[in-house]
Design a binder for this molecule. Structure first.
Ligand SMILES: [Zn+2]
Length: 192
């Protein structure tokens, strides 16, 4: 069901039952180049936390955090755009990053095989607010419905892909109980 019209289709927001902030509403910076397309449906969803910037609770605050990350990724790291496909804020809204169809920069060897979703905040020692978790689950369900992520995908934490503490101990423990969570790969040394 996916097509090259996906971004238009998605922009119409017909499939969402959760708050969604398209990049045009938070970003004033266009991508420096066109990202490679993802070969969809991808077999992985990779969950992240931002660590820095910290948690946000309003559209204004979360939009500012998105801009800060985009600036860091583009001007600091020299990437084409913010690294993540999507982020989810403590306001319960999903923020469009590279979006559904573009390959992100967030999980090393997993970049080409996954949709990267970050939960804004440091979730090492505490859990995100319920609405942030629920919107993340709804976003993943929408990705499956849209054919971006395969139905039998593996949901993993960033630490399973590369050497990282991400998405924080508390959030990692939480996603271990989510639908489609996979303990494989067990870590960066484990084959995909
Ligand atoms: Zn991460």
């Amino acid at each position: 069901m996916i097509s090259k019209n996906l971004s238009c289709f998605v922009a119409e927001q017909k499939v969402y039952n959760f708050p969604f902030v398209p990049r045009s509403e938070w970003s004033h910076r266009p991508p420096a180049a066109t990202s490679e397309p993802l070969a969809i449906p991808v077999p992985y969803v990779v969950i992240h936390h931002t660590y820095v910037p910290g948690a946000c609770n309003t559209t204004e605050q979360c939009s500012g955090h998105m801009r800060a990350m985009q600036n860091e990724h583009m001007l600091g790291q020299g990437w084409f755009d913010i690294g993540y496909n999507f982020c989810v804020g403590g306001d319960g809204a999903a923020y469009e990053g590279r979006g559904w169809a573009a390959r992100g920069v967030h999980a090393g060897r997993g970049n080409a095989l996954s949709l990267g979703i970050c939960l804004i905040g440091d979730w090492s020692g505490e859990l995100p607010p319920t609405q942030q978790l629920e919107t993340t689950k709804a976003l993943i369900a929408a990705a499956v419905e849209l054919g971006v992520v395969s139905e039998d995908h593996r949901l993993v934490g960033h630490r399973q892909m590369t050497d990282s503490d991400c998405p924080g101990d508390a959030l990692f423990e939480e996603i271990m109980s989510w639908k489609n969570f996979s303990p494989i790969p067990a870590g960066p040394e484990d084959p995909l």
